[in-house]
Design a protein around this ligand. Sequence first.
Ligand code: DMJ
Length: 478
Amino acid sequence: MGHSHSFPELKFRKLSVLLSTSIQFFFLQMMKFAWDNYKQYALGKNELRPLTKNGHIGNMFGGLRGATVVDALDTLYIMELEEEFQEAKKWVEKSFDLNVNGEASLFEVNIRYIGGLLAAYYLTGEEVFKSKALELGEKLLPAFNTPTGIPRGVINLGSGMSWSWGWASAGSSILAEFGTLHLEFLHLSELSGNPVFAEKVMNIRKVLNRVEKPQGLYPNFLSPVTGNWVQHHVSIGGLGDSFYEYLIKSWLMSDKKDSEAKKMYDDALEAIEKHLVKKSAGGLTYIAEWRGGILDHKMGHLACFSGGMIALGAEHAGEERKQHYLDLAAEITNTCHESYARSDTKLGPEAFRFDAGTEAMATRLSERYYILRPEVVESYMYMWRLTHDPKYRQWGWEVVKALEKHCRVEAGFSGIRDVYTTTPTHDNMQQSFFLAETLKYLYLLFCEDDVLSLDDWVFNTEAHPLPVNHTNFKASVQ
Ligand code: DMJ
């Protein structure tokens, strides 16, 4: 009797292993397609333009090249695309030039290049990735030479001169930019034995702890000169997002020793829940933006990472809060899924609103685009790992089908300008984070939990895995 019961179950398990293996194979071919076309038409440029079949350089990386190579390294490695990984590694060894001049975003260089190189080093042990990461890290240090030590957003990698973004209020620095350095900089200190990197980010934390927070919230603009807020705009989406992410991940990466980061995260989330989390008339939970006390009932695609973050934090919230936060995370992830499900392409818009009868849809023409962003599938991946509810895999698969149908073009994957039409116009850009994040998170959604286990790795905000410090860093986090 016992045998006849267990047999079909076993068969089912085998079937599901087989199924997820063939799905993984599907992601491998997507990644290979994205990489092969980049290699053929744009190797050495920053991104591929998949319609015109050429490369794009842009102005975010200050003369650095190969953003897609460095962003793709760990995904290629994890997917065991050995030949392609070797191609990428060879480019880093032979052609990745750090002696460049030009205006770079401190934040973007850190999350994509330093994060990508560090992850490649930790996964493979290849010295070239470590030495490039350290060399590049040194070049970022002059940005911290301000009266408060809060770095400015833009740096010339050649001269070391730094300044604030022209569009940022009154010469301010951006919370999500200076607040998204901690994970990488601790690893730079650990690997170099030079405490300077850790000191820089610990000082940022000190300034943030000192300044008064309106209703416990962190506004997005801070003056690097006075250390005071410049404007009271609060958002868990663009301009704020990964600051919160790095608080909980700093604590996890320290093997749960950095209790200051945990407290900052807990307090910030409490304030966010109290002031920004709302429920729509149709019952969808969302996180609004806050402008000097007035709510803007809008959620950006970028804010959709927060389902995953809140779920990750819930695991460690103590028994009575754990279920509450898991529920909140599930509700937010569901809302983000709705923003996809309510579009004709089944891909979500850049921003969606909850006002004047609108629920989880873009109302402005300028917010209807989708640029291959990862945040929604990122939350599916965390929700899957933390709950094993199969709907997250189903939702992930819906995204894959939509990407294949609307974003795959002859020579790569492209963003689209309007998610509400099934004959979308392509934006001719294969973003590097599509290879670093979107495809990696989709792949991990269908892997066993021990592939880059959440107990041993934290993902930086560009999905580059950094190891949890189970053995005590030399660089202090006190
Ligand atoms: C990526 O560079 C990172 O995920 C960052 O945190 C936000 N923007 C893009 C993806 O949308």
